[in-house]
Design a protein around this ligand. Structure first.
Ligand SMILES: [Fe+2]
Length: 480
């Protein structure tokens, strides 16, 4: 088995890496690296600000999409039957930038696709704005060799297009003339006037884009997939992370009506960055209800891998996972504090990249962007620095390296602030990079009648490991 980042620096892609894998030749010539610093990208994404500051049209629009989907005669509770016996599927979180960092994940994904029944892209299928016309280079082309149905969980970025792109390409539904309902009032008027609408390509261009990919059979923005011993329930958390009342009632229904063990897939993780997200409490109330029999809740949105095995007051352990590292820019893990939450502590927590590797990668980027070579920390220095800061042992075997005054200063300069505040909130977006080590990841999940196995594969982008991605986490949940 290939060494992982938990066992060696080579496993992380710091060494024994001769450069980008053959995936590089697959990136379309006209694919510009997506820059989150480009004013055009920010202006295109303005619907996020409009929804948060003026009026959020998502709930009304989602209910309209749901009515339209039901009118097609699908199962009224959006239940889709897949495998009847054992089942396996892939989960790809937040991939759709259409540049190197998305394509680098594909060979590893294909290498783990044997026997897989389907895949799910768990949030943010298409950056920056989910446009119906952007699916060719960010969905159809990268996954053209993945010959299984691909389901989707909408992320906030997919909603910046009013979900037209997602509903057309994933659910086969169109409603091109439906206006978004902003209602009346000054704030709503401002929202309606400033909202960005995407341009719909001609029908034949959309058909050409799709090529020979068969529809996955997903009826609506949220769905319950019955896959042998498991029911997979996906929810749509819109732009701001909430679900409408109709969806909440549906979630309760499909969760309680079927006794099978369940996995939730969501665009907003419930535990992330060392915190419990109170905004997700309504969803978590159903996930933790023993009658619903959930065993795991997996969320995208944050672009790395994190796992919190939370011991519930009733004695069960529920696996809360963040898996958003499927292709877009990487969110730092070096600002995740020591995990100390009711039911889960640091010793049970896992993340990829390791905090030290995250700090080392960012130190390289800071050093390069600011032309301050002294800021650069080696992976061993960064790992020792993080271990010292958090009063933990280093994860990789071996003694921590002694830190020079320069290394301590560099660590202090780069890791001073908690994530999510001030400029630091946008640092990850600003430091999008497209060369190894990339620290991308995806999941393969295998379910039998007796157990569920979840593996997180790490992707460095290096030639040496492109078809044999290391296993960064591997856990099994007994099902009964
Ligand atoms: Fe995302």
């Amino acid at each position: 088995m290939a060494p992982s980042s938990r066992t060696s620096t080579a496993g992380a892609g710091w060494e024994a890496c001769s450069g980008c894998g053959a995936w590089k030749t697959d990136v379309p010539d006209d694919a510009k690296p997506l820059s989150w610093l480009r004013p055009a990208t920010l202006w295109r994404s303005r619907n996020d600000v409009i929804a948060r500051r003026f009026h959020d049209p998502v709930d009304a629009a989602r209910m309209r999409w749901v009515r339209l989907a039901r009118a097609q005669g699908c199962d009224p509770d959006f239940v889709v039957e897949r495998a009847s016996g054992d089942s396996s599927f892939l989960v790809i979180g937040d991939p759709g930038e259409g540049d190197d960092s998305q394509y680098a994940v594909v060979p590893g994904l294909l290498s783990q696709a044997e026997g897989v029944d389907f895949a799910v892209i768990c949030s943010d299928l298409i950056y920056p704005t989910g446009d119906i016309g952007d699916y060719e280079g960010r969905f159809y082309n990268p996954y053209r060799k993945l010959h299984v149905p691909i389901f989707g969980v909408p992320g906030n970025h997919d909603w910046y297009d009013g979900l037209h792109g997602f509903m057309h390409h994933i659910c086969g539904l169109d409603d091109p003339d439906a206006p978004l309902d902003f209602g009346s009032g000054v704030r709503r008027w401002i929202a309606s006037r400033t909202w960005r609408h995407s341009v719909r390509p001609a029908d034949d261009a959309l058909a050409a884009m799709r090529g020979d990919r068969e529809p996955c059979g997903q009826p609506g923005p949220y769905v319950a997939i019955d896959a042998g011993p498991l029911r997979i329930v996906t929810i749509d958390t819109g732009i701001q992370g909430g679900i409408d009342a109709e969806q909440a009632a549906w979630l309760e229904r499909v969760s309680l009506a079927d006794p099978r063990p369940k996995v939730l897939l969501t665009g907003k993780p419930i535990y992330v960055d060392g915190e419990y997200k109170a905004q997700q409490a309504a969803v978590d109330r159903i996930v933790t209800d023993p009658r619903a029999n959930y065993v795991a809740a997996i969320g995208g949105d944050i672009h790395n891998y994190q796992r919190y095995p939370v011991k519930l007051p009733d004695g069960r352990t529920l696996q809360y996972v963040v898996s958003g590292g499927g292709g877009a820019f990487m969110h730092a893990t070096h600002q995740i504090p020591v995990v100390d939450l009711p039911g889960v502590k640091e010793r049970d927590f896992r993340c990829y990249p390791l905090r030290g590797d995250s700090l080392a990668r960012y130190s390289q980027l800071y050093a390069k962007k600011l032309r301050q070579k002294w800021l650069e920390l080696s992976p061993d220095e960064a790992s020792s620095y993080m271990a010292g800061q958090l009063e933990l042992d280093t994860t990789r075997p071996g003694k921590p390296v002694p830190l020079s005054r320069r290394a301590r200063l560099a660590g202090t300069a780069i890791q001073p602030l908690p994530a999510g505040r001030g400029f630091q909130r946008f640092v990850s977006e600003a430091f999008d990079w497209n060369d190894p080590p990339m620290f991308k990841s995806f999941l393969r999940i295998d379910a039998t009648a007796s157990e569920l196995r979840v593996r997180c594969f790490g992707v460095s982008g290096c030639l040496e490991s492109e078809h044999a991605p290391p296993v960064e986490d591997d856990f099994t949940i007994p099902l009964n």
